[in-house]
Design a protein around this ligand. Structure first.
Ligand code: ATP
Length: 367
């Protein structure tokens, strides 16, 4: 078992708090991603798990075992650093097999183990090359194979694709995911790229300013961002603030749920006057009349009025400032009162001038 726990972990450098306090649980066999902007504490978290740093406060444990006083080489952890950091004077084979000099594989056949790993990362036949004679993507595969050689129970990857171009990054991340699934090795992956985090993870932690904002599956984090930061950082979003004017009898509002004929639990709905927009909308909320509320609505949750059915519930008027054709959709930037809205509509839509966009009440996610 190689689940990972951070309990009340803080890391300070002098007066600077780089991280924490943080509590985190990574399941055995999970592909877990730490995502957040530069300086939010992702690398620090990884270094604490690897043992390159000690927490100022709190405890890291791996497989239920406290790592206090356990040096990196005793942690059974494979690390793929940001820059591949291959040994330049060694061949690819020697790089991959390096750790096996200290920890021979079961059965003792290091050569066979290196062959197996080169095959796993798709580099069979390149074993005798020098790292200098490889492409960036190939070097990163060598770094991955080298980290996996001693069969670690935990794999840590720190922005492993950051030096690669976008297309190669996408291909390689799929490959890393395939290999991780094949081996079942618990993996903690660091990236600042939220799209990458959504694409590869079983679960992810969104980090900001040394803290964890939210932990969840990609769908949970995308569909129900818990904080303003997460709503704005993961995917695009429109953030609204306003004040509850009145509570609404839910049965008077036609929602997508009704259309699908699935009654279910109905959230309480309220009429909200929006700040910076001369508009009121109906959204699900637990707030009472007179209370302030905040919520987010995804760009793809909007519909151009001309495409909507009769009597749209939440209509916002705006003027098209910018139109971007994205291939699968058209992205509009709208000036609405003092606010800016971003909406995604059908790819073939080419609206101009004044438009009205609508969104269903259930698309509003409370913050
Ligand atoms: P990036 O994506 O840029 O690598 P990150 O999310 O990995 O950023 P960290 O490298 O963990 O962030 O840094 C978190 C904070 O701790 C930053 O404000 C950083 O300046 C600070 N920090 C990290 N290492 C040290 C150190 N050795 N001494 C002082 N401050 C540090």
């Amino acid at each position: 078992m190689a689940d990972v726990d951070l309990t009340g972990v803080e890391k300070r450098y002098g007066d600077t708090r780089a991280l924490g306090p943080v509590d985190l649980h990574v399941e055995d066999g999970e592909f877990f991603t730490l995502v957040g902007p530069s300086g939010c504490g992702k690398t620090t978290t990884l270094r604490l798990v690897a043992g390159f740093e000690d927490p100022t406060v709190g405890e890291v444990s791996i497989g239920g075992r406290s790592m206090v006083g356990v040096p990196p080489e005793k942690r059974d952890v494979g690390v793929v650093p940001q820059q591949y950091a291959l040994f330049p004077h060694m061949s690819v084979r020697e790089n991959v097999g390096y750790a096996l000099n200290f920890r021979p594989p079961p059965g003792g056949d290091a050569d066979a183990r290196v062959d197996e790993l080169l095959d796993l990362v798709g580099l069979s036949g390149l074993g005798d090359r020098d790292p200098d004679d490889l492409s960036g993507g190939q070097r990163q595969r060598v770094a991955l194979a080298r980290a996996l050689a001693p069969s670690p129970e935990l794999l840590l990857l720190d922005e492993p694709m950051s030096a690669l171009d976008a297309r190669l990054r996408e291909r390689l991340r799929r490959e890393v995911r395939r290999i991780q699934r094949e081996l079942g090795v618990t993996t903690i992956y660091v990236t600042h790229d939220q799209e990458e985090a959504l694409a590869v993870s079983d679960r992810l932690a969104v980090m900001n300013d040394g803290r964890i904002e939210q932990v969840g599956t990609p769908r949970e984090v995308y569909d129900a961002p818990a904080t303003r930061f997460t709503a704005a950082f993961v995917g695009e979003n429109n953030l609204f603030d306003g004040e509850v004017l009145e509570l609404v009898d839910a049965s008077s509002v036609r929602t997508a749920t009704d259309v699908q004929g699935d009654g279910g639990d109905r959230p309480s709905l309220a009429r909200v006057a929006l700040d910076r927009l001369d508009a009121t909308v109906t959204v699900a909320t637990d707030a009472a009349v007179g209370e302030r509320v905040a919520f987010s609505v995804r760009p793809e949750s909007f519909t151009l009025d001309s495409e909507a059915g009769p009597a749209p519930t939440n209509a916002l008027a705006g003027r098209v400032r910018e139109t971007e054709f994205l291939g699968t959709a058209t992205r509009l930037t709208l000036d609405c009162g003092e606010a800016t809205l971003v909406v995604r509509v059908a790819a073939d839509a080419t609206p101009d001038g004044e438009v009205t966009v609508t969104f269903p009440p259930e698309a509003a996610r409370p913050l």
